[in-house]
Design a protein around this ligand. Structure first.
Ligand code: AGP
Length: 608
């Protein structure tokens, strides 16, 4: 939920720390701070508000001398956004500075213990406990101290730690929160995520839980909790720098919407070889797949919505019962699992706390977890039994778009792959879906070309107070995502509703002028959707319909119609979501809101 960086090298640290934090603001941005060690003295500057406030306070970092430092951009969990609650936090004597991403669950108990030892706390945060606890344990060996610290902490953390007795290095350690080490020439880094260091190096170590790293400008050593040195393979980051920047678009979100054809192509194409779906990364045996008698799909937010679409497709093709669960509910509902249950977890960031916890729950019971993840080296990616990566590239906007789309593609490919092994999909159906997936990029491109029409619709309705997204079957599943997109970036209340269910109460909310977005792409239910449109129109609603090209009869009923190209019925959700993403983007843009960083949200929800 927060972003941390660290630098040690020949150059002045502060400007480099600020540069890295700027690339991590999507992880949280209600306050920021840096701490630098110079001639054995730690100086710290921090401020509530966006990074720009801190940058102004430090003249872009130029006023802070020293070549080793740590930085932090925060999304508040314990203690409201304020100067004092922002990171870094200093230990009592100022000997240590700490930045932290995660949550210390036993911080109150530790705080009481330390207060009993005479420590004075200045903030309401859990992180300050870490700073004082390090000082309390420190007897001269920083590695020993960190090992002792880890033994006392419960919860999740990625830590960057400065010590004024180690003026040429900093220490870092992680558990349950992401952290990478960047390896430069005469300089080294830590960061919560790749974009922070990409302009400086492509060589990284992905740290695992409880690995402690001592970082110097020309030396990086990683230790386990027994102080044994660990030797890691250097990974090469393949992302190009542009991919992690806005690339000329006004917002990351519109860039990522426009990138969907490419993201879909990169995700799908490598998995179709000689007319068959292949998953080289999967080691599930055919026997195992034939034995599956239940699938759970577990995720949060938009990833959960992918699961709702995936349920329809998986059940239709494989005839295996699929249950979709919200991760924060699933982990506390004693799910019925056995060795014939497969749990699919879906996560763009691979760091969503509830999804990680749900996955660990099932693994404790010996159940396989297959992860669909976008971030390489993320916690879920490394801990799942099986991982299928979406190759959407970095998704920076808080509101997901291309990751959602590519997750949908993987669900379709996986359903085909399983159904083929089970002998439950006809060659015609298989071929139709394969062709539909391969044709998807240019069909999405065609929808993107229709942006003026979508923007025009947004201009008519961006002042709406409440919007309903209605649909049936797969259209209803996608309506969930359309509604969330509108809510999270335009702050307009919205609801997705099964169109056939509307008349059982909720239609009471429809009044003259209410906008209803009617999704009408499920051909066998098209006539029923026309009736639902008539129902809401009779109550004064204004209807924006989305239909397949050629179904012009809908123009008699709806006020506006956006058409999408025809495709295989199981592939259509990947097209249908695009005008909904664009509609929400243009509504939010017309409202002048902070589209990439909506209020109250963060890109990766790494706390419960
Ligand atoms: C989607 O636009 C939201 N940002 C949010 O619902 C997100 O999908 C959810 O937090 C899950 O994140 P994950 O995919 O990284 O696990």
């Amino acid at each position: 939920m927060c972003g941390i960086v660290g630098y040690v090298g020949e150059k002045q640290a502060a400007p480099i720390l600020l540069e890295g934090l700027a690339k991590l603001e999507y992880r949280g941005y209600d306050s920021a701070g840096i701490a630098v060690c110079n001639n054995g003295k730690i100086s710290m500057t921090k401020a509530k508000g966006r990074l720009a406030v801190l940058s102004e306070k430090t003249a872009g970092g130029k006023s802070v001398l020293g070549n080793v430092g740590i930085g932090h951009t925060r999304w508040a969990t314990h203690g409201e956004p304020s100067d004092m609650n922002s990171h870094p936090h200093l230990s009592q004597s100022g000997k240590f500075a700490v930045v932290h991403n995660g949550i210390i669950e036993n911080y109150l108990e530790l705080r009481a213990y330390l207060e009993g030892k005479g420590f004075k706390f200045l903030s309401e945060t859990d992180t300050e406990v870490i700073a004082h606890l390090i000082e309390y344990y420190y007897k001269g060996d920083i590695l020993e101290t960190i090992i002792k610290l880890i033994g006392k902490l419960k919860g999740s953390y990625a830590l960057g730690i400065l010590c004024d007795e180690c003026p040429d290095s900093f220490i870092a350690v992680r558990k349950d929160s992401p952290l990478i080490v960047g390896l430069g020439e005469g300089e080294n880094f830590i960061a919560s995520d790749v974009p922070a260091i990409l302009s400086r190096t492509r060589k990284v170590y992905y740290l695992n839980d409880n690995e402690i790293v001592v970082v110097k400008k020309d030396d990086v050593k990683i230790y386990d909790l027994d102080k044994e040195e660990i030797h890691k393979e250097v990974s090469e980051v393949k992302w190009d720098i542009a991919a992690a920047e806005k690339g000329g678009y006004e917002h990351f979100m519109i860039k990522e919407i426009m990138e969907q054809p490419e993201a879909v192509r990169k995700t799908v194409a490598p998995r179709i070889q000689n007319g068959r779906v292949v998953f080289e990364e999967l080691s599930l045996s055919e026997e195992y797949i034939k034995n599956i008698n239940k699938i759970y799909v577990v995720a949060c937010g938009s990833a959960y919505h992918v699961g709702v679409v995936g349920k329809y497709i998986f059940e239709k093709l494989t005839r295996i019962p699929v249950e979709v669960a919200i991760a924060s509910e699933f982990r506390y509902c004693q799910p019925i699992l056995d060795d014939k249950t497969l749990v699919i977890v879906i996560s763009q960031s691979g760091e969503t706390a509830d999804t990680i916890a749900a996955m660990r729950e099932v693994q404790k019971q010996g159940v396989k977890a297959l992860a669909i993840v976008n971030v390489v080296g993320s916690s879920i990616a490394r801990e799942a039994d099986e991982v299928i990566y979406t190759w959407a590239g970095p998704e920076i906007a808080v509101a997901t778009t291309k990751a959602y789309s590519t997750q949908l593609n993987i669900m379709c490919l996986a359903a085909m792959y399983f159904a083929d092994i089970l002998g439950r999909i006809s060659e015609d159906e298989y071929k139709s879906m394969l062709e539909g997936l391969l044709a998807l990029p240019e069909k999405i491109e065609k929808i993107l070309e229709n942006k003026d029409k979508i923007q025009h619709c947004a201009s008519l309705y961006y002042n709406s107070k409440s919007v309903f997204f209605i649909g049936r079957s797969l259209d209803y599943a996608v309506a969930l995502e359309g509604s969330l997109k509108l809510k999270e970036i335009s702050y307009i209340h919205s609801e997705a509703y099964a169109a056939g269910e509307l008349k059982h109460g909720t239609i009471a909310l429809i009044e003259p002028g209410t906008l209803v977005v009617a999704l009408c792409t499920v051909e066998e239910l098209f006539e029923k959707m026309l009736s639902n449109i008539k129902e809401v129109k009779a109550r004064g609603a204004v209807v924006l319909a989305i239909a397949i090209e050629g179904h012009t009869e809908i123009e008699k009923e709806a006020d506006h119609v956006i058409y999408i190209p025809k495709n295989d019925k199981n592939i259509l959700p990947s097209e249908l979501v695009v005008p909904l993403q664009m509609f929400s983007y243009y509504v939010s843009s017309l409202k002048g809101l902070d589209i990439d960083k909506p209020r109250n949200l963060a890109k990766s929800v790494t706390v419960e």
